[in-house]
Design a protein. Structure first.
Length: 238
């Protein structure tokens, strides 16, 4: 009968496999315990309060926009123009594509509006009614595809131009939308509510147009009685 092979007669591949297994196990232990599990970029920020200012602004309409904004050098055209080579087409270009979400607040700046109450006349005079305007534009870039060449990357002034240009496009879209008209309708509803509350208290709300003195208002013509209705903010082109 033949006896089992001794350890000295084992194949050298056995020892190589064992050595490789120990090496891989050591690498796994090193990666598991010695290397950091997550690598996050460091962030630092210094925030200072620049200015505090009291305001009297009334937001009546919110609008939400999604903007696809393209930024970059002008298209140089094809590589060949007839029999000639268009060398500018071979130069590196700046190019970026963004998707921007914007929230627009439309309303009224009530700083210049005046309200006077005269108990002897049981009247409230409302004057200097403002026109609706853009109170704030909040933007957020949720997609940024930078396709610029490594030899011509985006620089600081490019990011400033992107921010300025994208806001200008949003402002153009606001002018083409119904936001201003909707804000004006909301403003009329607010004046209607004030008129109703004044009427319930036994008062009259008088809206004074620009350039009209309070003394020249005749009670039957300018008094806003509970049964009256109308538009207090003038129509205009926006």
């Amino acid at each position: 009968m033949s006896s089992a092979p001794s350890a000295s007669k084992r194949s050298p591949w056995f020892f190589l496999s064992l050595l490789l297994a120990v090496f891989l196990l050591g690498m796994w232990v090193m990666k598991r315990w010695l290397m950091p599990r997550e690598s996050k970029p460091e962030e630092q920020a210094v925030i200072l309060v620049d200015k505090l200012q009291k305001v009297a602004k009334l937001v009546t309409v919110e609008g939400y926009f999604i903007e696809h904004y393209d930024y970059g050098d002008p298209d140089p055209g094809p590589y060949f123009i007839g029999p000639f080579i268009n060398w500018s087409a071979f130069l590196p270009r700046k190019e970026a594509h963004l998707r921007i979400r914007a929230r627009v607040l439309i309303g009224y700046d009530l700083e210049q509006m005046k309200m006077e109450a005269h108990s002897d006349e049981k009247r409230i005079y409302l004057s200097n009614l403002p026109e609706p305007e853009v109170l704030a534009i909040d933007t957020e870039i949720d997609k940024f595809d930078n396709q610029s060449s490594v030899f011509r990357p985006l620089e600081e002034e490019d990011y400033v131009a992107i921010d300025k240009g994208s806001r200008e496009k949003i402002e153009e879209a606001i002018g083409k939308s119904r936001l201003m008209e909707a804000a004006r309708e909301q403003g009329n509803d607010m004046v209607e509510l004030m008129r109703f509350m004044a009427g319930q208290a036994g008062w009259e709300l008088v809206v004074v147009d620009e350039g009209t003195s309070r003394d020249s208002l005749a009670p039957p013509e300018r008094a806003v009685s509970p049964g009256d209705s109308g538009s207090f903010w003038k129509e205009g082109e926006y």
